[in-house]
Ligand binder design. Structure first.
Ligand SMILES: Cn1cc(-c2ccnc(-n3ncc4cc(C(C)(C)C)cc(F)c4c3=O)c2CO)cc(Nc2ccncn2)c1=O
Length: 272
């Protein structure tokens, strides 16, 4: 019996949560009581057989700061991807909606960054690359818990506007030089994206590089321009962001090291 295969008859579909890269996502109940989110994969958006194979691995990735994949309904079309439900939606929307109360709460902003870092350190330990880490791809649950979502799914997107670095949907503003030039993804390219995510958190959801066009961002990033320090951000926190934006991947810290550094900063800042 394939543990990762979910019987659709055990699912009750409720309201729509939004439509992501692959089509409509709805809230649901699994086996009567478990809150889930169900992605109903629009035909032609994903290389489904490859994903179904990978789902066996993904269901084994379990951490409090990762949105848990419960399984898939792959026996009929469209396939369903069933995950844990996070009641407050994307971190990006959460930051923008709560800007007033968050700007004065550096401790909470830093805690959110540390939670994402813990989830990413777990993926790094399992040699798992996210490929599209950003505040829009993290989710918020009860008691300000933050989890990383949709890790690894970028590999199965069929839309080449998203997959090729020249495409209109490629996340240029979260990409390091080696990804812009050679689409060379690694945990160190996830670290660069994590630095941009920290900037998003401390600006409560501003767009990185403002209204600069993607082509202008590519040019500036390759010249070594980096995002400016957010107004409400301690210098020690900005120093950590800057390390994530080292031009060379080997000069960026690992998520394991980042986690220790950020916890250290939190202890120093929150004692005073
Ligand atoms: C698990 N989950 C998923 C979503 C939800 C809803 C719609 N689209 C998405 N998204 N968003 C982004 C996304 C991105 C990708 C890349 C391959 C990385 C590009 C692949 C996806 F498959 C998705 C997806 O499905 C999500 C994220 O997977 C919303 C939740 N919760 C709420 C709660 C209240 N209001 C709105 N959403 C929730 O708990």
């Amino acid at each position: 019996h394939d543990k990762w295969e979910i019987d659709p008859q055990e699912l009750m579909l409720l309201e729509e949560l939004g439509s992501g890269q692959f089509g409509v996502v709805r809230r649901g109940k699994w086996r009567g009581s478990i809150d889930v989110a169900v992605k109903m994969m629009k035909e032609g958006t994903m290389s489904e057989d490859d994903f179904i194979e990978e789902a066996k691995v993904m269901t084994k990735l379990q951490h409090t700061n990762l949105v848990q994949l419960y399984g898939v309904c792959s026996k009929n079309r469209p396939i369903f991807i069933v995950t844990e439900y996070m009641r407050h939606g994307s971190l990006l929307n959460y930051l923008r909606r709560h800007e007033q109360s968050l700007t004065s709460n550096q401790g909470l902003l830093l805690d959110m960054c540390i939670q994402v870092c813990k989830g990413m350190a777990y993926l790094e330990r399992h040699n798992y690359i996210h490929r599209d880490l950003a505040a829009r791809n993290c989710l918020v649950g009860s008691e300000n818990i933050v989890k990383v979502a949709d890790f690894g799914l970028a590999r199965y997107v069929l839309d080449d506007q998203y997959t090729s670095s020249g495409g209109s949907k490629f996340p240029i503003k979260w990409a390091p030089p080696e990804v812009l030039n050679y689409t060379r993804f690694s945990s160190k390219s996830d670290v660069w994206a994590y630095g941009v995510l920290m900037w998003e958190v401390f600006t409560c959801g501003k767009m990185p590089y403002g209204r600069l066009k993607n082509s202008e961002v590519v040019e500036k990033v390759q010249k070594g321009l980096i995002l400016e320090k957010p107004k409400t951000c301690y210098k020690e926190v900005y120093d950590v962001m800057r390390k994530c934006w080292s031009q060379l991947p080997e000069n960026r810290p690992s998520f394991r090291v980042l986690k220790e550094q950020l916890i250290g900063v939190a202890q120093r800042l929150l004692v005073d």
